[in-house]
Design a protein around this ligand. Structure first.
Ligand SMILES: O=C(O)Cc1cc(O)ccc1O
Ligand SMILES: [Fe+2]
Length: 451
């Protein structure tokens, strides 16, 4: 399926989008952008009357008094309150929130899934969301959920926001457009998009079918990890994050807005597009990031460092150094370590690791962990390279080698992840996954020397 044939609403974008073609570079910057000249008040937030007859409205992503408040001032055709009232509860049975602990579902173990297949029925961003795991508690603003999305149909006159969460979107197949209150973000595989809590948007399919992974972050927002002794450069560089320029719709058509709130979904009828922000300024905005700009730093003499060196974004939990969620990227890189077992070591971890394959082959699992596939190694559950990876890496000629054709990621959380009934019974679980370690041989025979 290619470009959707449904007529796309007119979006008025500024005539001079600038050198970044509709995006502004920087992580967490205080941006300002206007789609019409003079729409943004200067030197103040709340003039008695705003230019063009716009309404001023603040969107606060943190407490007003946070140590680093995040908020954005929007100048819009109508205030949001006109966009959402009289809510009706609806059911999106595949989109689950924590706590979602089914006594009949066992989450303890090593799990792996083939790609969740597309379905015959058309699915939108809302109906196509399939929750795989949940962790923590949405009501406490702690933890996360992981989802696979299967999207073939654009949302039409249909809008959404999540009061529960920030959404980290990792496309694996197809291209999506996030038309948001603050502007437009297009994403494709090897890019990610982050949609902040409370921001209204519509998802369109630019090239389908679209499949990917979502980490729904109930807690504190994602931020760049401290680089420590690495210094001021490498890993994810702030300038490679892009926030959209203002773009608005002035469209009066019967529409719906769906809200995710404490794990429930409600809709409200509205008479116009809520994407009517003509100008905005602030540091609370959606953004995209090209994973190909991630500069990996690794071992240049011996040993295999902890995967935290590959952290792209981290969502703090309140306990320093222990993330609610780390988003970690395993991309192409050179392997040069001498006298070293180069793939991941065998390990058990208090953190729970859900991995997805964006493309290619993952070094610890040469077979079975395929693009679109997912694995879960839960809290303190042992895992590591399969037998084939172990034998290969233990006997390899350790010349400098480019690990090519590889891009996988990990959503790692301090909380145990619980499988949903969908993940346990409907999704293509590989029943034989654990046998990939079965053939690991005993090599010990009591005599010294390397075997
Ligand atoms: O389990 C995995 O494959 C992820 C992972 C990779 C790595 O290089 C070190 C530790 C780790 O958990
Ligand atoms: Fe691991």
């Amino acid at each position: 399926m290619n470009e959707q044939s449904n007529p796309r609403p007119m979006i008025q974008a500024p005539s001079h989008p600038g050198p970044h073609e509709g995006y502004m570079p920087g992580f967490g910057n205080d941006f300002e952008t206007e789609a019409l000249p003079g729409a943004l008040p200067q030197g103040m937030n709340s003039p008695q009357k705003v230019n063009y007859g716009l309404y001023g409205e603040q969107l606060s992503g943190t407490a007003f008094t946070d140590v680093r408040p995040e908020r954005t001032w929007c100048y819009r055709i109508r205030p949001s309150v006109k966009h959402s009232h009289r809510y009706t509860k609806i059911d999106l049975p595949h989109w689950k929130s924590a706590p979602c602990v089914d006594p009949d579902v066992i989450s303890l173990g090593q799990y792996r899934w083939d790609p969740v297949p597309h379905q015959d029925t058309p699915l939108t961003w809302l109906t196509g969301m399939r929750t795989m795991t949940t962790a923590g508690d949405v009501n406490m603003q702690v933890g996360m959920a992981t989802h696979v999305y299967l999207v073939t149909q654009s949302m039409q006159d249909e809008y959404f926001f999540s009061a529960d969460s920030e959404m980290l979107v990792v496309p694996q197949e197809g291209r999506l457009r996030f038309a948001t209150e603050l502007g437009i973000i297009d994403v494709e595989p090897q890019e990610i998009a982050i949609i902040p809590r409370g921001l209204v948007y519509r998802v369109e399919v630019l090239d389908g079918p679209a499949r990917g992974f979502v980490c729904e972050n109930y807690g504190q927002k994602f931020e760049l990890p401290g680089r420590g002794p690495i210094g001021a450069n490498c890993m994810a560089n702030p300038r490679d994050f892009k926030a959209p320029v203002a773009a608005y719709e002035d469209r009066e058509v019967p529409s719906t807005i769906t809200i995710k709130w404490c794990g429930q979904f409600h809709t409200s009828k509205i008479a116009q597009s809520p994407l009517d922000v003509v100008a905005w300024h602030g540091n609370y905005a959606p953004y995209k990031y090209d994973l190909k700009t991630y500069c990996p730093v690794g071992a240049i003499l011996f040993d295999h460092p902890d995967p935290s060196i590959f952290t792209v974004l981290t969502a703090p939990s309140g306990q320093p150094g222990t993330a609610n969620i780390d988003f970690v990227l395993f991309r192409e890189r050179w392997m040069v370590a001498e006298d070293t077992f180069r793939p991941p070591w065998y390990h058990k971890n208090i953190m729970s690791e859900l991995m997805g394959n964006i493309y290619g082959q993952y070094d610890a699992k040469p077979k079975g962990f395929v693009p679109g596939g997912i694995s879960l190694h839960n809290m303190m559950i042992p895992h590591g390279p399969d037998q084939q990876a172990f034998e290969g890496a233990s006997n390899a000629d350790l010349k400098a080698e480019k690990l090519d054709n590889t891009m996988s990621f990990m959503f790692e959380t301090r909380f145990p992840q619980h499988l949903t009934p969908f993940a346990a019974t409907e999704a293509p679980l590989q029943d034989d996954y654990i046998y990939c370690w079965e053939t690991l041989e005993k090599k010990f025979d009591g005599t010294p020397g390397k075997k």
